[in-house]
Design a protein around this ligand. Structure first.
Ligand SMILES: *Cc1c(COP(=O)(O)O)cnc(C)c1O
Length: 492
């Protein structure tokens, strides 16, 4: 008989506070050999605390082990595949972390005088030029700090242009497959949102669009490829419809790994778009930032770009603040510089053909998954897909198993879940984006797990519905967890 033991390493790790033992410290310091200073005098007595109530007193080893164990509970891109669609983390080459930490770049200060910042300014100028080339646009601002921030900047630029033409107009059209930040942006910029239907092919309904573009429409905000991973084949015609009525086309370019090196938004009628450097261009995301959401525009929008703008002054770079039509600043200083360094390093290391390969691999990987899984999961929009594929849980729902259950079961197989229940136009969506970096081996393991789960749903739906079974906690009450979080662990 096997004796049940309580393991030394418990998945119910106690809080550090509860391990505290008075007098324990995590450091050793030699005796002071300089005159002691009264901290109250140096820092101001109001900034000095004699005691921090409840502060854990633990050793160095206890501290390190505690946080290392906690970190292992997390699934991370360095453990395995992250098949999340839309916002997925693309390739983050480690060497670019090294590049971003080069002293002269990492320690550059935004208040450095221009003559001492020429190198940093050159990095920004080259990145602007590279992004303009990749997108087929005329000018780029690097200021916005994230994708949604880029959207807001872009729509404010459109608003400024229309205002100068005499009327900012009232509405922004947004397809029903759009990312949630799009309507939020439109409203923040003072517009009302009018949804545009998709056809059964998963593309914008051009006839429906034609019927609703009127002189009140300021712009269409469109993601291409859209959140179904489907390329809007009618985009040139769509842009013409808007332009004919004096409206503009804004593109959400957060996921450029479906287009880079193959198609340029500037060539298919887009007037403004943002990019997410923290998705497609090397900076890791998921930890809350920093990111960067540069905005690229056509000539007509250039006068309105945020100040300051980089300007060539003889052989040097200078910052130009004197731009009378500018919408002003959207951020302090010049943007998240460390992200720019990574992006430029990524672009230069890949070169044009390399970036094109990124797109080809991303599309190949997504289609490989689609082909292997389409016999097991319902594919509501069978149009050719690009960098991601969206299934629905229609077949599994007959057994009472929904997309959220399938995703939870995937955790037991050692994978991070795909995106659950998005895009909203697909009820019970399973949105999968493998990205360009996954090997065939990893894709096959993911596919095997998905097929195994589909089999379990047929044989034993209850087990899938109660998943995950191998984790520290299983089904959290998500509503209560959000509304009334209990942030303190009570040991039994
Ligand atoms: C991620 C994403 C955004 C928002 O970008 P943030 O940097 O998170 O603000 C907008 N649109 C699409 C399609 C995205 O994938």
């Amino acid at each position: 008989m096997i004796t049940k033991v309580r393991p030394h390493l418990s998945p119910n790790e106690r809080l550090l506070f509860e391990r505290s033992s008075p007098g324990k410290v995590a450091y050793q310091l030699p005796k002071l050999d300089v005159p002691a200073v009264d901290p109250g005098r140096v820092l101001g007595s109001e900034n000095v605390r004699a005691d921090i109530e409840g502060f854990p007193e633990v050793s160095e080893v206890e501290t390190i082990r505690h946080f290392t164990r906690l970190s292992l509970w997390n699934y991370a891109i360095d453990h395995g595949m992250y098949p999340l669609g839309s916002c997925s983390m693309k390739y983050n080459p480690r060497v670019n972390e090294l590049v971003a930490r080069i002293d002269g770049l990492a320690w550059a200060h935004p208040y450095q005088p221009e003559r001492l910042a020429q190198g940093s300014m050159e990095v920004m100028a080259r990145l602007e030029a590279a992004l303009a080339e990749i997108t087929g646009m005329d000018a780029v601002t690097l200021q916005p700090a994230a994708g949604a921030h880029g959207e807001l900047t872009g729509i404010l630029l459109i608003r400024a242009l229309l205002e100068k033409r005499g009327n900012p107009r009232k509405k922004i059209l947004i397809p029903d497959s759009a990312h949630g930040t799009n309507p939020a942006t439109a409203v923040l910029a003072g517009y009302t949102v009018e949804p545009v239907r998709s056809t059964s092919a998963g593309m914008l309904d051009v006839a429906a669009l034609e019927g609703i573009v009127d002189p009140d429409v300021a712009a269409l905000m469109i993601t291409n490829p859209n959140t179904l991973g489907v390329f809007e084949e009618n985009i040139v015609c769509v842009a013409e419809i808007l332009h004919a009525k004096g409206a503009l086309v804004y593109m959400d370019g957060a996921n450029m790994n479906a287009l880079m090196g193959i198609a340029r938004p500037g060539d298919f009628g887009v007037d403004a778009l943002h990019l997410n450097l923290h998705k497609t261009f090397s900076t890791p995301h998921g930890g809350g930032g920093p990111g960067a959401g540069p905005v690229a525009v056509k000539k007509a929008l250039e006068p309105f770009l945020p100040v300051p703008r980089l300007r060539r002054a003889g052989k040097k770079w200078a910052w130009d603040y004197q731009r009378k039509h500018s919408i002003g600043r959207v951020r302090a200083f010049y943007g998240n510089f460390g992200v720019f360094v990574r992006a430029l390093a990524y672009i230069l290391a890949h070169g044009g053909p390399g970036l094109r390969n990124v797109t080809l691999d991303a599309v190949l990987n997504a289609n490989y998954i689609r082909k292997k899984l389409e016999a097991y999961f319902d594919l509501p929009y069978p149009a050719p897909n690009m960098h991601e594929v969206v299934f629905s849980d229609e077949r599994q729902a007959e057994k009472g198993v929904r997309t959220g259950d399938l995703a939870k079961r995937l955790i037991d197989y050692g994978f991070h879940p795909y995106t659950v229940s998005f895009p909203l136009i697909v009820p019970g969506a399973l949105m999968i984006e493998p990205t360009e970096t996954e090997s065939k081996h990893e894709l096959d393991q993911f596919i095997d797990a998905m097929i195994a789960i589909a089999g379990e749903v047929e044989r034993d739906p209850e087990t899938v519905r109660a998943a995950p079974h191998g984790t520290r906690t299983s089904r959290a009450d998500e509503v209560t967890a959000a509304r009334k979080p209990v942030l303190r662990w009570k040991s039994a």
